[in-house]
Design a protein around this ligand. Structure first.
Ligand code: KG4
Ligand code: ZN
Length: 330
């Protein structure tokens, strides 16, 4: 089954064709990040206008790369939640129009859950029960997945998401948007122990996360420093990265010890972070080497249409077009 996946929840306009949920036949991503960079973050109105501008060229390119006629697509999947409403509407309306004109079934997709499926697109097949850490710009969730479609939320952030914590603290250091990759690059020459930033809720009994106190602590520290020279900036970046990664790894391992999953599956934009990838691997080896760790290739961590198509294959619940509504919330 070939599914067309459409993703427009934020500043990426992405369309892919995926065969049987696992094989990427085409995966085209246009991003307005370069434009958003000039303003230090995503401006929803601007992101939506950019989506409208590029969605048809992206569709064209995705179908060209697929190499067959669009008529041979079996089904159309689209992110309908959560995200920026103006951006979501562009993808949802495109999906409905295609479904209507081509007479194909439509599957609405939850973007956050779809991130998990990057792990089925990389030649892997994580075994259940899987403990999923989903870390993106808007979400930080620990989810227990007993099967496809069987998701239990163990805990989530009470305020900022992990990616947002990277983005906001990067801004304090004068680093560009998106902050995660910029902090990672800067941290390479820094000392992660130079500053001891708070690890929000690290000792709590639940699986909740909190990054707002951490963000305030970084703000206070940067205000204390008269001029941030390049070594100080690198040290701050390394310490920021260490604090965020520490909490994510500790909470995941705590949940793994309680729920004893067969797999730990990491996904979302922050999963591209090499310190998180390395530290999670180390922690699993130290605590329980029998759990398999899955982290997607970097290109599949951030937003793309392939994860939307893969989710739709494994959670195949078509809906009439009237019931496919774009909403900001999960
Ligand atoms: O999943 P994603 O592409 O979009 C959302 O659904 O939000 O995630 C984007 C987030 C941004 O906050 C970005 O700073 C973060 O992922 N990110 C990273 C890295 N690459 C992207 N964070 C840390 N290290 C990275 N290498
Ligand atoms: Zn995302």
């Amino acid at each position: 089954m070939n599914i067309l996946g459409i993703e427009t929840s934020c500043d990426e306009t992405a369309i892919a064709v995926v065969k049987n949920g696992t094989e990427i036949l085409s995966n085209v991503i246009a991003s307005s990040q370069e434009l958003q960079k000039q303003y230090g973050g995503v401006y929803p109105e601007m992101a939506a206008r950019k989506q409208a501008e590029v969605i048809i060229p992206v569709l064209n390119s995705a179908i060209n790369k697929y190499g067959s006629s669009i008529e041979t697509i079996d089904c159309i999947a689209v992110t309908n939640r959560p995200g920026l409403i103006g951006s979501l509407l562009i993808g949802v309306e495109m999906a409905k129009t295609l479904g209507f004109t081509l007479n194909k079934p439509l599957i609405p997709v939850n973007h956050v859950k779809a991130h998990i499926y990057a792990n089925w697109l990389s030649g892997s097949n994580p075994q259940f029960t899987a403990l999923c850490l989903i870390v993106s710009g808007g979400h930080t969730e620990l989810v227990l997945m007993k099967n496809h479609g069987d998701f239990t939320l163990l805990g989530q952030t009470q305020d900022d998401a992990a990616g947002e914590a990277f983005d906001k603290t990067a801004r304090l250091l004068g680093l560009p948007y998106p902050g995660g990759p910029a902090i990672e690059k800067e941290a390479k020459n820094g000392d992660p122990k130079a500053y001891s930033f708070p690890r929000g809720m690290i000792g709590s009994k639940d699986y909740k996360f909190s990054f707002s106190g951490f963000k305030t602590a970084v703000l206070r520290e940067t205000k204390k420093i008269e001029t941030i020279d390049s070594q100080t900036k690198a040290d701050l970046a390394a310490s920021i990265q260490e604090a965020i990664v520490d909490v994510l790894v500790k909470k995941t391992i705590k949940a793994a010890l309680e729920y004893k999953p067969k797999s730990i599956v990491v996904s979302g934009g922050v999963a591209a972070n090499s310190r998180l990838r390395g530290k999670m691997k180390e922690a699993i080896e130290v605590n329980n080497s029998s759990i398999d760790l899955y982290i997607p290739p970097i290109k599949l961590c951030t937003d793309n249409g392939a994860i939307i198509a893969s989710y739709a294959y494994f959670n195949n619940h078509p809906k009439p077009w009237k019931n496919i509504v774009a909403t900001s919330y999960s």
